[in-house]
Structures are given as structure tokens and as C-alpha cells.
Ligand binder design. Structure first.
Ligand SMILES: [Zn+2]
Ligand SMILES: [Zn+2]
Length: 137
């Protein structure tokens, strides 16, 4: 388990520190995206700034991606191993209106969009709202 975590950090050229290992451990356990306030609640003793910096380092090194699901706080989710966070790698996200969880739909890529002449896309954010399997019965 710990080896897996270190391997993941190293594959993204992130130096393993105790904090990074812990945060990545939590992100790995999550099936849905997590916001900074949610992460803070899991670390009573950790400093907010340190947690924020850890997430930013992960994001810069493409270990996690951030999602703006319209809830007001940005959420973070692990990237797939091969993800390079380019527009071609981007997938659809799904926010459940009942439990408010945000899921990565990794198999569903965002289709290429024909933008008008001279409009250049850097990123695209597609969030579908609805009811997730846990809430649909
Ligand atoms: Zn739900
Ligand atoms: Zn995602």
C-alpha cells in the first residue's frame, strides 16, 4: 500500500514526504472528488496552508486535477495514470444533486468541439448534474 503511494508520487516526480503520502492515501481511498474543506476535516492537526500547498503540488505535477462543479469550492480528484491533463485527456464529471458528490467519469471523454475561427481552447469543464447510483433508488 505504502509502496504503491510512493510509486505514484515518484511517477509524477513528486518527492515523498509524510504529508504527501497521507494526502495521497486519502485521495486514493475516495471514490468521489474532495474539496479542501473536506480534506481539512480529515486532518485535524494539519495546517491548512500545508494541505493547500500539497494539493497544488499534486495538481502542478498532474497527479490530481481540479473540478469546478459549481458548488462554490473547487474539488480535487486523482488523475488516471496516463493522464497528461491536456484537452484530449479531459473527461466528463458528474455531480449528484442528492448527495452532492462529484464523480470522475473517466471513460467518457469530452468530445472535440468545433470552435469558431481563432478561438483556441486551453481547457473545458463539463459537469453533468443528476442522480448517482447510490442515490437513485
Ligand atoms: Zn448521490
Ligand atoms: Zn476527473
Amino acid at each position: 500500500m505504502d509502496q504503491e503511494i510512493d510509486k505514484k508520487l515518484k511517477s509524477r516526480k513528486i518527492k515523498p514526504t509524510a504529508m504527501r503520502q497521507l494526502v495521497l492515501g486519502i485521495l486514493t481511498e475516495q471514490t468521489t472528488a474532495i474539496s479542501l474543506p473536506e480534506l481539512e476535516r480529515k486532518f485535524e492537526k494539519a495546517d491548512k496552508t500545508t494541505l493547500y500547498r500539497t494539493l497544488k503540488t499534486f495538481e502542478e505535477n498532474k497527479l490530481v486535477h481540479s473540478i469546478d462543479d459549481g458548488s462554490g469550492s473547487v474539488k480535487y480528484a486523482l488523475c488516471m495514470d496516463k493522464c497528461d491533463c491536456q484537452p484530449d485527456d479531459l473527461h466528463v464529471h458528474f455531480t449528484c444533486s442528492v448527495c452532492k458528490h462529484t464523480y470522475c467519469i473517466n471513460d467518457l471523454f469530452i468530445p472535440s468541439l468545433d470552435l469558431p475561427y481563432n478561438f483556441q481552447m486551453d481547457s473545458v469543464n463539463l459537469v453533468i448534474k443528476g442522480t448517482c447510483p447510490n442515490c437513485s433508488h
